[in-house]
Design a protein. Sequence first.
Lengths: 114, 114
Amino acid sequence: EPEVTQTPSHQVTQMGQEVILRCVPISNHLYFYWYRQILGQKVEFLVSFYNNEISEKSEIFDDQFSVERPDGSNFTLKIRSTKLEDSAMYFCASRRDTNNYGYTFGSGTRLTVV
Amino acid sequence: DAKTTQPPSMDCAEGRAANLPCNHSTISGNEYVYWYRQIHSQGPQYIIHGLKNNETNEMASLIITEDRKSSTLILPHATLRDTAVYYCIVRVDGYTGANSKLTFGKGITLSVRP
């Protein structure tokens, strides 16, 4: 069964450093997403991406965050200057069509900012 | 999207049916009921969805009341691996671009005991 692959599974970084979280969505999917989940809290939407541009972003997704699909396969989330409160699980998701049952999530990257 | 309410937690014995309730009293005629689950900080996983008829797949059954104000997800023979947070989400199908994200609530934590 096709999977959304995320790397690394766990990343530790110092406060103020830049991090890039990587995702390989399912190859024929057209819509891409990043979500995050702070420990013990809800899964929160960050950003959606379609046709090589951001289609929606949440209040969390401020100027410190950016997304890119540089080569038609990878989908990355960059945090420019990490803060302690950025520590969370980050999930990438993709879907092919507009149906709501078609979302496939990756296993996540656990980001720890120290 | 219509609001859903779920109890915070429930448990069941392994091998027994787990019946997970969801209330969505403000659901509108074109909104579907979707269930996703999240096993121990993994990415959410699609389970099943329906509009007004009962649905069954290899994972679960979905029973929607005639007035569509509530539904029940049934795991017919729960196993320890079904211990997870289960999310009931109500929304119109076919979103593209903006508003295509899934919005997760707190869900219901199902604990399957040996």
